[in-house]
Design a protein around this ligand. Structure first.
Ligand SMILES: [Zn+2]
Ligand SMILES: [Zn+2]
Length: 336
């Protein structure tokens, strides 16, 4: 009886020591892995943050090539897929799919597309070890024991970056951490607007023909005030001014508004030598309506002049922006 009791006590003792040692060993092992994880993060932290910042800048640049969604007006896009040559986007509002191409028929080229691809590839490879190391922690949070430290720092570090390169996922049997290409781009449209307006200007210039140095009588006859004060030529000149980002040279009333911010009907043809002079001096009529005596201005500034000629300062500014004659001479052209 005594022998059995002693044996039982010894057995109990050994079991307890074994359990405690296992716990201590487990704990010690966890601490070791935890420290190793922290160390690994520190060795790549600056590289990862550098790429993260670079991707952030690239995304801003890409946004300049995208306008708001035509269908739903949303300005948020998700990247669905990307390669060296194109990026597939989906509108957050309506799901409309849109593709950005690096090359666009020699019209323009988006260099941030391959840059995005290379930076993302680098990000994925440099962080893949941390991703793998974060897995035990993810299983832990989904199994809700919430005790393990292993992989916690790696998980938190990857989620502390500017963009969500990884996403947690869980199926019935699996818990994991996915590489996530669905990064957001906010549309800004600055570059694509500029390109489109340049293309439009070129088209108008082409429509008007090729350059000439001097204005022939024929041009003067066709482009004098009486011919361009309304109709298709009037519209053509105003559209040209809008697309070439010209501003009201006067600015007294409008603060030098860009013509593109005005409606065509809010843009006026001004005379340098006032039109009224033609009534008093009919022999000057042809000079007064000559394209070189005409300039574009805004309605407000034009009526503020009240029939007076522009002062010298305004004249200088008109000549800098160009008279209609200058525009025909330099920008528009021969119309045969
Ligand atoms: Zn949309
Ligand atoms: Zn003005």
């Amino acid at each position: 009886m005594e022998f059995d009791q002693a044996f039982f006590l010894i057995f109990l003792g050994i079991s307890a020591i074994l359990v405690i040692s296992l716990m201590v060993w487990g704990d010690w092992n966890e601490q070791k892995e935890y420290k190793l994880g922290k160390k690994k993060i520190e060795t790549i932290r600056s590289d990862v943050e550098h790429i993260d910042n670079k991707i952030d800048i690239i995304l801003l640049d890409l946004g300049k090539w995208i306008n708001k969604c035509r269908k739903c007006n949303s300005s948020v896009n998700f990247i669905k897929k990307y390669s060296e040559k194109n990026i597939n986007l989906s509108c957050e509002g309506c799901g409309k799919i849109n593709t950005l191409n690096q090359f666009n028929d020699h019209k323009y080229q988006i260099d941030s597309i391959p840059e995005f691809y290379y930076s993302m590839t680098k990000m994925q490879s440099i962080t893949s070890e941390l991703r793998d190391r974060a897995l035990p922690y993810i299983q832990d949070i989904y199994f809700s024991t919430g005790k393990s430290l292993i992989g916690k720092s790696e998980y938190n570090f990857l989620h502390s970056l500017k963009h969500n390169y990884y996403q947690d996922y869980k199926t019935q049997k699996k818990y994991g951490f996915h590489w996530n290409p669905q990064i957001r781009i906010f549309s800004d449209g600055e570059f694509i607007d500029k390109i489109n307006s340049e293309l439009k200007t070129k088209k108008i210039e082409k429509k008007l023909g090729k350059r000439r140095k001097e204005l022939s009588q024929k041009i003067i006859d066709e482009w004098n005030y009486l011919k361009i004060k309304s109709g298709s030529k009037n519209k053509l000149i105003k559209e040209w001014a809008i697309n070439s980002n010209a501003k009201c040279p006067d600015g007294l009333k409008c603060g030098s508004v860009s013509f593109k911010d005005l409606k065509i009907s809010q843009i006026a043809l001004g005379h340098i030598i006032p039109q009224d002079f033609a009534r008093e001096m009919p022999h000057l009529q042809s000079q007064i309506h000559h394209p070189d005596n005409l300039y574009l201005t805004c309605n407000l500034c034009n009526s503020a002049l009240g029939g007076n000629p522009p002062d010298n300062e305004l004249k200088t500014r008109i000549f800098n922006t160009g008279t209609i004659g200058d525009w025909i001479r330099d920008k528009l052209t021969d119309i045969d």
